[in-house]
Design a protein around this ligand. Structure first.
Ligand SMILES: *Cc1c(COP(=O)(O)O)cnc(C)c1O
Length: 389
């Protein structure tokens, strides 16, 4: 039946590990190992003749429930839960890349992902090329005989530039490579990369899936064959998600749909208001009908998302003044939270990049990033109004 159910229902009813006690909520299995009745049962479990739980690093019922529900929402055959978003990215990269392989990435990746790739992945003899988020010719030109993966996020952080996933899947598959998409910004409810041809979709569950800034988590989704390999790397590398975090994140999944819907509507309102302000030079939001890639947004996303970036006239001094003057927005880097947040990309998320690299990526000193939450949109607008004044 699950194939015919809507995502709103799957997020709540998609899967549950039920015990004999008939508990209504998914039980929290806070145990590091599982017992077997006999030595023969243990042998059958370890050899794979029988399926079941042995040890929580390998698999745990609460964590498995979380992973299964995300797989259903993404339309993937299987998912592997990990301790953080970064461990999901590490698993996706190191399961499939070896010394001598070549990886092509968008230049507009999350800062810590670039740190992982440049300071660690490259140490293992994996070649990396960075290309434009939106220029397909650059992706095509970067392909080499040893290219094994294309990796990106869409829309980009914080400028909301959209990459054409179907076209990139074609480029990847023509080269015999995998297309991996970090789908954190939109969640499985607003964008389904696998349906557009991607091989792997992954998330930082720390963001909108939790949605209340409580725990960290990550998840990698794809077909059974690929996920079997990710599961083996996750287990060997010890990247597992804690059962308690899975239990919290299941609560997050169950309310994700109404939260994300309201947050997107709020973001559309805040973005539209910002556009009319004399102190604001540019506003970047994928929900604008006149977004430079509006057709692609419409094809890939069911809403514009919760991130709004805007550039104030007056550079860093004015941007900092606005950030220090807000009374409702939290000055913190988390996004997707019920609480709206405000950050200065130039000196925080993109602070480690050179000034030239930032300018080339469109990150200017006057740019401010907002993640819009569940407060009333009018209150958020009033807060920005007094801060801009
Ligand atoms: C936060 C984030 C990550 C990293 O996730 P953690 O849970 O903090 O490890 C990766 N990608 C994107 C797009 C993010 O926003």
């Amino acid at each position: 039946m699950s194939k015919t159910l809507h995502p709103e229902t799957l997020a709540i009813r998609g899967f549950k590990e039920q015990t004999e006690y008939n508990e209504h909520n998914q039980a929290l299995f806070l145990t590091s190992s599982f017992m077997w009745p006999t030595a023969a049962d243990a042998a059958a479990l370890f050899s794979g003749q029988k399926s079941g739980y042995t040890y929580s690093r390998t698999a745990n019922p609460t964590t498995a429930t979380f992973a299964k529900r995300v797989a259903m929402l993404e339309g993937g055959e299987h998912a592997v839960a990990t301790g953080t978003g970064m461990s999901a990215i590490q698993a996706a990269l190191l399961t499939f890349l070896s010394a001598g392989d070549h990886l092509i990435c968008s230049r507009s990746l999350f800062g810590t992902t670039i740190n992982l790739i440049d300071n660690h992945i490259k140490r293992f003899g994996i070649e990396v090329s960075y290309v434009s988020q939106t220029d397909l010719a650059e992706w095509r030109a970067a392909v080499k005989p040893n290219t094994k993966m294309l990796f990106l996020e869409t829309p980009s952080n914080p400028l909301n530039e959209v990459a054409d996933l179907e076209a990139l899947a074609q480029i990847a598959h023509d080269a015999g490579a995998l297309l991996t998409v970090d789908n954190t910004f939109l969640t499985p409810l607003l964008q389904k990369p696998l349906a557009l041809g991607a091989d792997i979709s992954l998330h930082s569950a720390t963001k909108a899936i939790d949605g209340q800034g409580r725990v960290q988590g990550g998840v990698v989704v794809g077909n059974a064959e690929l996920m079997k390999q990710v599961q083996m790397y996750m287990n060997a590398g010890g990247l597992s998600m804690a059962p308690f975090h899975a239990w919290v994140l299941l609560g997050g999944l169950e309310t994700l749909s109404p939260r994300i819907e309201r947050q997107c509507a709020n973001a559309d309102k805040v973005a539209a208001w910002l556009r009319g302000q004399p102190q604001v030079l540019n506003v970047y939001h994928a929900g604008f009908g006149d977004h430079p890639q509006a057709d692609l947004v419409k094809k890939q996303q069911t809403a514009g998302g919760i991130v709004v970036a805007f550039e104030v006239d007056g550079g860093q001094d004015v941007a900092w003044k606005v950030i220090d003057s807000v009374e409702i927005f939290s000055r913190t880097a988390n996004l997707g939270d019920a609480r709206s947040t405000i950050t200065h990309p130039w000196t925080t998320t993109h602070g480690k990049m050179s000034a030239e690299a930032k300018e080339a990526a469109g990150i200017r000193p006057g740019l401010i990033r907002l993640s819009i939450g569940l407060e009333h949109a009018d209150d958020l607008i009033e807060d920005l109004k007094q801060a801009l004044a």
